[in-house]
Design a protein around this ligand. Structure first.
Ligand code: GLU
Length: 425
C-alpha cells in the first residue's frame, strides 16, 4: 500500500516542523518582549539522546534502528511526551515535537515539561515479536532518561497501549520494582486510565465546541471533514458526530471518502476494526488526501501528519474553523494566509492537549494507587480543555493576534516565569 498523505520528509527550510515551531516561538517571544537569556534558554532542548538499537528480526538477521528521545524542557516538572514509530522520524522532527509538548503542557496548566521520542521504523511491516524486541531495546537504552519523576513516555503515531505495556514491564525489570507511573497510555489492567484512549479526540471535540460557540456556529447545521482516521481522527469524528455535526469526509492512508449527505462514523470505525484501514470502504466517493482539505465544509480537522496545510494549498481552504488534531499539521508559511482569510485555527498545542491531560490523570492515579471513574476523568479533562481555550481566547483579544500566537504567548510566558523563579540558567 502506498502512503497517500504528503510525507513529512524530506525536510526543507519551509517544510521543517522545527522551523515552523521556531517561527511561532519567535513571534510570541517578540510580542511578549522576552529577554535574550530566557529566549536562548527556551529555544534549544535540554537533552537529545540518539541511540542505535540492534534487533534480531524474525528471519534471524540483525537490523539496527535509530531511536531518539529529546527532552525540550523539565522546568515545569518531569518531561512528558509520546513515542512515535514511523519512517519519517528524524532529529529535527523529534525536537519540534518535544518543544510542542512543553508548550502544550503549559497551555493546559499541567505540571510537566515536554519531551518526545521516536524510532525510525515501519511498524506496519513488523511482527509483534519484532516490535516488542525493538521497544524493550529502546527502553533499556533510555533507562537513565525515563523515570516516573524524570521523563514519562506515552503513545504517539505508530505506538499503542501494548507498546506502553512493554515499556512499563522492561523499565520495572530494570529498576527492580513495579513502576507503572513511568509511562502513560497503558492498557487498563496495567494501571491505565479510563478515558485515556478517547482523550485526545474528546479534547478536539471540546475545543471545536468552544470555538463554534465563539463563531456562533450551530453544530447541527455544520459540516466537517476529518483528515486521518487513527485514534485521534476517528474519535474526533465520532464525538463531533454525536454533537450533531455532519461528518462529510474522512481519510486515511488508503485515500479520502466524501459523502455530502454525511457518513456513518460508527460504521466506518467498525469497518476499520475489521479491515485495518478504510481501503474498500463504500460510504462515500473516493477523493484524495489533498482534496479533503479543500472541501466546502464548515470545520476541518487535520488529524494525520505534519505540514498538510501549506503556503501552496492554504488559500483554497474553505472551512471557517480548523481544529488541529495532529501535531504541526499547518506549516508556519500557511499561518498568515489562513489569518488573512478570516479562518479561526484552534492550534495543535491547545486542540490536541486532551491526550496529555488525561496522561497526567493516569500518572496521578498510578501514584495514588486509586482509580477514578470514566465520568470523573472526562469531567476533569473537559474542564481543563475549556479553561485552556478561554485563556488562549482572552490572550488573543489582549494581544490582537491569532489563537495560535496567543497559545504560544500563554505557554512561553508560563515557562519563562517559572524558569526565572527557579533561577536555573
Ligand atoms: N502523543 C500525545 C501528544 O502528542 C500524548 C502525549 C502524552 O500523553 O504524554 O500529545
Amino acid at each position: 500500500m502506498t502512503l497517500k498523505f504528503k510525507e513529512p520528509a524530506p525536510i526543507t527550510d519551509e517544510l521543517n516542523p522545527l522551523e515552523s515551531m521556531m517561527k511561532r516561538f519567535d513571534e510570541a517571544a517578540r510580542i511578549l518582549g522576552l529577554d535574550e537569556s530566557t529566549y536562548n534558554a527556551l529555544k534549544s532542548p535540554e537533552k537529545a539522546v540518539i541511540v542505535s538499537l540492534p534487533v534480531t528480526m524474525d528471519n534471524g538477521k540483525v537490523k539496527v534502528f535509530q531511536g531518539y528521545r529529546v527532552v525540550h524542557s523539565s522546568k515545569l516538572g518531569p518531561s512528558k511526551g509520546g513515542i512515535r514509530y514511523s519512517m519519517g522520524v528524524n532529529l529535527d522532527e523529534v525536537k519540534a515535537l518535544a518543544a510542542w509538548m512543553t508548550w502544550k503542557c503549559a497551555v493546559v496548566g499541567i505540571p510537566y515539561g515536554g519531551a518526545k521520542g521516536g524510532i525510525q521504523c515501519e511498524p506496519r511491516e513488523m511482527s509483534q515479536g519484532e516490535l516488542e524486541r525493538l521497544t524493550r531495546s529502546f527502553t533499556g537504552a533510555m533507562r537513565d532518561v525515563f523515570g516516573p519523576e524524570r521523563d514519562i513516555p506515552a503513545p504517539d503515531m505508530g505506538t499503542n497501549p501494548e507498546t506502553m505495556a512493554w515499556i512499563m514491564d522492561e523499565y520495572s525489570k530494570l529498576v527492580g520494582q513495579a513502576s507503572p507511573a513511568v509511562v502513560t497510555g497503558k492498557p487498563l489492567v496495567l494501571g491505565g486510565s479510563l478515558g485515556r484512549v478517547e482523550a485526545t479526540g474528546r479534547g478536539v471535540m471540546v475545543s471545536a465546541r468552544s470555538a463554534m460557540a465563539k463563531l456562533k456556529m450551530n453544530p447541527s447545521q455544520s459540516t466537517c471533514a476529518v483528515q486521518g482516521f487513527g485514534n485521534v481522527g476517528s474519535i474526533s469524528a465520532k464525538l463531533l458526530e454525536r454533537q450533531g455535526v455532519t461528518i462529510v469526509a474522512i481519510s486515511d492512508i488508503s485515500g479520502a471518502y466524501h459523502n455530502e449527505e454525511g457518513l456513518d462514523i460508527e460504521e466506518a470505525i467498525e469497518y476499520v476494526r475489521k479491515n485495518k484501514s478504510l481501503e474498500g470502504y463504500k460510504g462515500g466517493k473516493i477523493i484524495t488526501n489533498e482534496e479533503i482539505l479543500e472541501l466546502d465544509v464548515d470545520i476541518l480537522v487535520p488529524a494525520a501528519l505534519e505540514d498538510q496545510i501549506t503556503e501552496e494549498n492554504a488559500s483554497r481552504i474553505k472551512a471557517k474553523l480548523i481544529v488541529e488534531g495532529a501535531n504541526g499539521p499547518t506549516a508556519s508559511t500557511a499561518d498568515k494566509i489562513l489569518d488573512d482569510n478570516g479562518i479561526m485555527v484552534v492550534p495543535d498545542i491547545l486542540a490536541n492537549a486532551g491526550g496529555v491531560s488525561v496522561s497526567y490523570f493516569e500518572w496521578v492515579q498510578n501514584r495514588l494507587g486509586y482509580f477514578w471513574t470514566e465520568e470523573r476523568v472526562n469531567r476533569r479533562a473537559d474542564r481543563v480543555m475549556k479553561q485552556a481555550f478561554d485563556d488562549v481566547y482572552k490572550a488573543a483579544k489582549k494581544y490582537k493576534c491569532s489563537l495560535r500566537t496567543a497559545a504560544y504567548i500563554v505557554a512561553i510566558k508560563k515557562v519563562a516565569d517559572i524558569s526565572k523563579l527557579r533561577g536555573i540558567f
